[in-house]
Design a protein around this ligand. Structure first.
Ligand SMILES: [Zn+2]
Length: 96
């Protein structure tokens, strides 16, 4: 009789957790046409990665970063994010 030697539930079984690859699909979560991304704070903007906000409707990148391809790419991504998420908001803001 070796049926009892086999536990019904194996609590020692390794549970395969989903890896930490479940990042938000956008680096600019929370970004709207008039508010910067949640990742943007006093220490630095999520777009400029500098202590100023490079939000597209708040002045954008400073000239000093206009020759930085990575910064330009982040600004482009932020604009694309706004186009995708904030188009209706931007349109409704225009009627004033
Ligand atoms: Zn910002």
């Amino acid at each position: 009789m070796d049926a009892d030697t086999k536990p019904e539930v194996n609590f020692e079984a390794p549970v395969s957790k989903p890896a930490a690859s479940t990042k938000p699909s956008t680096p600019y979560a929370g970004l709207t046409s008039n508010a910067c991304a949640a990742a943007c704070d006093a220490k630095g903007c999520a777009i400029s990665l500098k202590p100023y906000c490079a939000h597209p409707t708040k002045g954008g990148l400073h000239p000093s970063q206009m020759s930085d391809p990575a910064a330009l790419a982040r600004a482009d991504a932020a604009r694309a994010e706004l186009d995708r998420d904030g188009l209706e908001a931007a349109i409704s803001k225009r009627k004033r």
